[in-house]
Design a protein around this ligand. Structure first.
Ligand code: FE
Ligand code: FE
Ligand code: ZN
Length: 276
């Protein structure tokens, strides 16, 4: 079944997001676990979580993505920043353990001049402190555009993090189409090669979700500016191939395009029409 949805505001809780995505024609979604800039999460509402779980099961929402604040930096040089990231992740995951089908998506971090090797080491170290053997929530490392000192600019950097994680069965990858196109993976003209490369370097079984975004910038720009589907450099024909690709078609696809609810509804409907 085609799993398609979009990023939603979590301001009104889980059940509200479930209802909203169904009303937009989708069956999966993403939200920020707290203010994207970090900060304190709202108190956990167990009743809302219960209601959501029931609603999700009844309405075929089998999986969704909880996105960690993008300002967390597990690769920071200051210990206090890394400890903050660790605390936030532990708290977020503890909550997500109570939510049906949740996966926890994370930008791996930035090495801020320490070099990629050091960054990878610091990120893996935090993951080794965060992950517990009894957690059921999968952590997804997102493929990044390679802006600034971002780690995860290529498949190799993600593979090197995963290699250092002891309980690596709790780690998956979320592929962001805008980011990897910006990061010089040609999903427009060589999708099969890109997937083969992912499989060789990381292993296709690790791939658990797709952020489906067009790019405002040309191939290899390392800029990370999302565009509406079909209005950027990736283009609608490439997206038709992506959603129907035999290795990708069963994964959840989540839009993070610059849209309001109406725009998302239109994109969801357009992509559903292209899904064979
Ligand atoms: Fe992201
Ligand atoms: Fe993304
Ligand atoms: Zn992005």
């Amino acid at each position: 079944m085609f799993k398609i949805g979009c990023h939603l505001s979590s301001a009104n809780g889980y059940l509200h997001m479930g209802r909203e995505i169904i009303s937009l024609g989708g069956n999966t979604f993403q939200f920020f676990t707290r203010n994207p800039r970090g900060g304190k999460a709202k108190p956990f509402d167990g009743e809302d979580a219960e209601s959501y779980n029931k609603f999700a099961k009844e309405n075929g929402i089998s999986v969704m993505i909880a996105h960690a604040p993008y300002t967390l930096n597990c690769g920071a040089s200051e210990k206090s920043k890394r400890e903050f990231a660790l605390r936030v992740m532990q708290e977020d995951i503890a909550r997500l353990e109570h939510i049906h089908g949740a996966m926890y998506n994370l930008h791996p971090g930035c090495h801020v001049g320490q070099g990629a090797d050091k960054g990878i080491e610091l990120i893996a170290d935090i993951l080794n402190h965060v992950i517990t053997s009894d957690q059921t929530t999968l952590i997804l490392l997102e493929t990044m555009a390679g802006k600034g000192t971002e780690i995860g600019r290529n498949f190799d950097e993600l593979a090197r993090i995963i290699d250092k994680v002891e309980l690596s069965d709790k780690i998956g990858v979320c592929m962001d189409t805008c980011h990897i196109y910006d990061g010089e993976y040609d999903i427009v003209d060589s999708l099969d090669d890109v997937i083969a490369e992912f499989n060789r370097v990381i292993g296709i079984d690790r791939l658990k979700a797709i952020h489906i975004n067009d790019s405002k910038n040309p191939f290899g720009s390392h800029k990370d500016r999302h565009e509406k589907i079909g209005e950027g450099y990736i283009g609608i024909n490439a997206f038709e191939r992506i959603i129907n690709n035999k290795y990708l078609r069963e994964l959840p696809f989540c839009l993070e395009t610059p849209n309001d609810a109406r725009g998302y509804k239109k994109e969801i409907s357009m992509l559903k029409n292209l899904y064979k």
